[in-house]
Design a protein around this ligand. Sequence first.
Ligand SMILES: [Zn+2]
Length: 439
Amino acid sequence: MYVCGPTVYEYPHVGHGRFTLTWDVLRRWLSFNGLDVTYVSNVTDIDDNIIARANRDGRTEADVAAEYETLWWEAMEKLGVLRPDEIPHATAYVDQMIETISTLLASGHAYRIDDGVYLDTARVPTYGLLAGQPLESLRAGARIEANAQKRSPLDFALWKAAKPDEPAWEAPFGAGRPGWHTECVVMSLALLGEDFDLHSGGQDLKFPHHENERAQAIALGRPFARHWVHNGWVVIDGVKMSRSLGNFTTLTDLLARFDVRAYRLLLLRAHYRAPIEVNETTIADAERALERLDTVARRFDLTPLDTSRPVLRAEHPELEAFADEVAAFTAAMDDDLDTPGAVALLFELATRANTVADAGDLTVARAIAELLAVLAGSVGLVLRGAGDPIGEGAQALATARDHARAARQFAEADRLRDELVALGFVVEDTAQGTRIRPK
Ligand SMILES: [Zn+2]
């Protein structure tokens, strides 16, 4: 699978977290089922924004890109997103891009104007397929920034002619630098071959980015991606998150303030194509839900699974004893990644493990808890078990209860105590405030 990666000139934001987590879940799920997944995700290390930042800060583009790429991988590691198998960098593929553009010029699919080389979209049959809109409305939308020399407002730059104070590469069609759409098509074809299975990215990449990648592949006579999968965007207080609106929160900020697993669970509880609201309330809610799962892992003293690589079904023969449960989970995941359905089954297993244990059958209860941990691990969700008696979420509830009591909000304090009890804690009042311990 090929996943369009970051342009490295700023802190990763919450939307970046959504697409990387979504495709990490898909990758892990395919691997869990025994497929041999090759995951390629690029880093765009040259573009207008990187150049602007480098000029503003008086640094080189390479320096800016290296700094923000480091921050990117740090955030990915905290999120538990597996490293891609290949991480192609745009600047390392410029020779291949020049070759591709030369081929498109020679076949008449591309043309040269003053500011670069453009693809002639009118010569690409099925152009507009991914956009899912009539060409006329696409043209009307593109006309706003139309360049008078372009044959159609939909034509896009394969190569941007060199400008003063910008890095440039020599090419037979004039010095310049590659366009973003060319970068991804060249690198995906170079690393994944003629026709690969999945091309993924955020919904906002469908058009024009993916459409334009696809247009070049078709013009080259290459089959390209068999399936396209796009995730929905992140909404903050009802408004689509975007750079242009400036309403994004950095992922680094979110990871510092909440349990790093909470964002994954928040996403798993929604369908990947649906828009999702990310704010303090929804993240805190996911944290509390996580606590319900962690409580089970702690009750049975489970050792956390190693999710630094995909969990594999074949390595867990104990799943066979729960064929119905595993089949139900699989049916949900295989139905266009119905993660809300799959996660609901995880919570049912958590309830069942507790109920069976309360009834005294600890062996069966423990087996159910282990099943829960493996299925959660299959989508990259690791439960905190042995050696981690009280999770951050439960501790936060205990602190909130102390605050409520200090403010004489006794109904709220009682409600929080009930919530902790429901999570499987014994709640005690001490001189130091609320003390909790697992049942
Ligand atoms: Zn791309």
